[in-house]
Design a protein around this ligand. Structure first.
Ligand SMILES: Nc1nc2c(ncn2[C@@H]2O[C@H](COP(=O)(O)OP(=O)(O)O)[C@@H](O)[C@H]2O)c(=O)[nH]1
Ligand SMILES: [Mg+2]
Length: 268
């Protein structure tokens, strides 16, 4: 039998590793997500560095999956991720963080209420002295171009008070939906986090403080987007219950031993 001629290796154009992975958690975002993903792709193309967008469908029951598929067809750097049963924003962000391939990993809400221009500030913090950079509505230089309605602000203020009493007091804003991490920091934090719903943010900051990661709080101009997916009563109660869980998990040693870090965080 004749030996087959050696086949030429297929020519694959090398794909540069992403500098930044942007994770977008999405639950029933059929309305808001399409324009947001298009704006994200356009932003990165103009920025000119290698990126990836991971749109994580958190078990939506509307046409979110189809919207993501259409956006992925239009941008080869956009990938769909997700699962069929709703698990919560924390689970969606964790899924994206653990699948992302960038040097820096970030997430932002589907409504783009925080301008993408914050990415320049995030990258300079992460390339400098910081492991984590977070958008902070309570930074003295932050402004509200379009403020949230009063009831929503009250809910946020009460929850913030609870976080400061129960979890961590020296980060001004744990709940803002836009944060970035060095890749190894994100992997450390998200492989240890347990909370699936909105209090994951407080848990991840708590773990970061224990590990001694340095956190930069970045100011920005908020454009509140109507049509929030948060259910005020139900989600507030779940968030409070989960804050208690963070304390209990820590006492039970679920997060392992506290890092020997110095807690040398700097509020920016
Ligand atoms: N309400 C809710 N949002 C989720 C869930 N999973 C992921 N998300 C996403 O988390 C983000 C929440 O942002 P948004 O609805 O604008 O809330 P708000 O800006 O805090 O009022 C959006 O990107 C949602 O699609 C979930 O289970 N429930
Ligand atoms: Mg919003």
């Amino acid at each position: 039998m004749a030996t087959p001629a050696p086949q030429a290796a297929p020519r694959v154009r090398p794909v540069p590793a992403p500098l930044l992975s942007l994770i977008v958690p999405a639950y029933n975002e059929g309305q808001r997500l399409g324009p947001s993903l298009a704006a994200m792709s356009a932003f990165f193309r103009a920025a000119g560095f290698p990126y990836e967008i991971l749109a994580v469908d958190d078990g939506s029951t509307d046409d979110t999956a189809a919207v993501i598929a259409a956006a992925a067809a239009a941008d080869p750097a956009l990938r769909a991720a997700g699962y069929v049963t709703n698990r919560g924003k924390g689970h969606a962000v964790r899924t994206g963080m653990l699948a992302a391939r960038g040097e820096y990993l970030m997430f932002t809400d589907a409504d783009l209420s925080i301008p993408l221009s914050i990415i320049a500030d995030f990258l300079s913090a992460l390339r400098g002295d910081y492991d984590i950079a977070i958008a902070s509505r309570w930074h003295p230089a932050s402004k509200n171009a379009v403020p949230p309605p009063p009831a929503r602000r009250a809910m946020g203020a009460i929850f913030r008070w609870c976080v400061r009493r129960l979890v961590i007091s020296d980060v001004r804003d744990t709940q803002c939906g836009c944060k970035a991490y060095r890749a190894e920091t994100a992997r450390y934090l998200f492989s240890r986090s347990r909370i699936d719903r909105f209090s994951f943010d407080a848990e991840v900051i708590f773990l970061a403080a224990r590990a001694g990661y340095r956190i930069k709080e970045v100011p920005f101009v908020l454009h509140y987007s109507p049509g929030s997916s948060v259910r005020p009563v139900r989600d507030s109660l779940l968030m409070l219950r989960d804050l208690g869980r963070i304390r209990i998990n820590a006492l039970r040693g679920v997060y392992g031993r506290a890092g020997a870090g110095t807690l040398a965080r700097r509020a920016g």
